[in-house]
Design a protein around this ligand. Structure first.
Ligand SMILES: *Cc1c(COP(=O)(O)O)cnc(C)c1O
Length: 383
């Protein structure tokens, strides 16, 4: 180890290359940068010992206050929250059932999911032993179809809020009415839907019983953390199914330092002036868009909407574009020195790529802009 410890010295020692993260808080590219307050809280928390269960209960109350919800509990990422949602729906607070999972014989274990809400992370729901009952088509579904799928083995409904999913299927309020008429919970994944901060209470307000959010994305807590918000009864079921208790969720424990770090992150996150924050991101993205707007064959604009949680510089090819694909351009950015990660549309038929300003550090916007501009110009010239 070198005399002076730094992030660079640690990765140099391992032979790992750093990257500029212009693609947003994606786990493969290190999530987001934990706030200074988070690192300070984690270090301070390392000085004390506590009963983790007492800490989790108290911290959950604090998360509920900070987010404006009835109840909350801390999880290992939003993914850990999805596992707990399924476990809670099946085993509730029955100690025998909790310890029986992931063998779910003898208890309702079916989760009804609309085909349009299937997504890369949904297997987490299967982790504690549930099964999916799929309903509808990839682009739509009706309340009647959902109602017909209910049977004696139904444990709950899954609902996804995620970019490019808003128009697909039955609205959350309608789903919640149906579910509650049958005494069933609505389990919602809203992992990446922060900001806007209003989403902290939006889905619970629309009737979701449990909503899972990431602590390691734009909240900028420890990468490994997340939190569930929702109704007291369901939060308690989730907590009883969670580590530190032995059982299937033991593999997703959260340390006291991570708990303190997430609380510090949420305290800052919920007190920030979102309008001012958005303005800063927009200015950065306007700068980038201005530098590439004239390149022939592309359309570029700053988008901030349901699909783009903060202002993004979105680049789309015109119909007459015959240069490299979105994927090829993004790969070329990642091969360049310094390596730059930017986001390519992850739907089956991509129609865009974008730069996300969340993780850009001082001086990096200029580097990303110049590299992207050069690669796009070369792509046009090589046609
Ligand atoms: C990011 C994400 C997850 C996983 O969240 P982690 O906090 O990384 O575990 C789950 N579901 C959706 C929709 C996501 O976007």
């Amino acid at each position: 180890m070198p005399d002076q410890l730094s992030g660079k010295s640690i990765i140099d020692d391992l032979g790992v290359t750093s990257l500029i993260n212009a693609g947003g808080p994606n786990t493969k590219h290190s999530g987001s940068r934990p706030r200074t307050e988070v690192i300070e809280a984690m270090e301070a928390m390392s000085e004390v010992f506590v009963d983790i269960e007492e800490l989790l209960i108290a911290a959950g109350k604090r998360v509920a206050e900070l987010t404006g919800n009835e109840a909350a509990t801390i999880t290992s990422g939003a993914s850990g929250g999805l596992v707990l949602q399924a476990a809670a729906a099946m085993a509730k607070d029955d100690p025998e059932k909790i310890s029986q999972l992931p063998i779910s014989d003898g208890m309702p274990n079916e989760l009804i999911i609309q085909r349009g809400h299937r997504f890369v992370y949904d297997h987490l729901y299967l982790g504690p032993g549930s099964r999916f009952v799929e309903v509808g088509r990839p682009t739509d579904c009706t309340v009647d179809e959902l109602a017909e799928a209910i049977g004696p083995n139904t444990a709950g409904f899954i609902h996804l809020e995620s970019p490019f999913k808003s128009e697909l299927g039955v609205p959350l309020t309608d789903l919640a009415d149906l579910a509650h008429n049958h005494g069933l919970p609505v389990l919602t994944d809203g992992a990446s839907m922060l900001p806007p901060r209003e989403n902290l209470t939006k889905y619970t307000g629309q009737g979701a019983d449990l909503v899972s959010f990431s602590g390691g994305k734009a909240v900028r807590g420890p990468q490994s953390t997340g939190f569930l918000v929702g109704k007291s009864e369901w939060i308690e079921y989730a907590r009883l199914n969670n580590a530190p208790n032995p059982g299937v969720t033991r593999a997703q424990k959260v340390s006291k330092e991570e708990i303190a770090g997430l609380l510090a992150a949420l305290e800052v996150f919920t007190s920030i002036d979102e309008e001012a924050e958005t303005r800063r991101y927009r200015e950065k993205m306007n700068f980038l868009v201005d530098q590439i707007a004239e390149i022939p064959g592309i359309q570029t604009e700053v988008l901030h909407n349901y699909d783009h949680y903060i202002p993004h510089a979105v680049i789309r090819f015109n119909r007459d574009w015959n240069g490299p694909s979105y994927g090829e351009i993004v790969n070329e950015m990642k091969r360049s020195a310094p390596r730059i990660y930017m986001q390519v549309d992850y739907r089956p038929e991509p129609d865009r790529m974008w730069v996300d300003p969340l993780n850009l550090q001082d001086g990096e916007l200029e580097i990303v802009t110049e590299k992207l501009r050069n690669i796009l110009i070369e792509s046009v010239n090589s046609k």
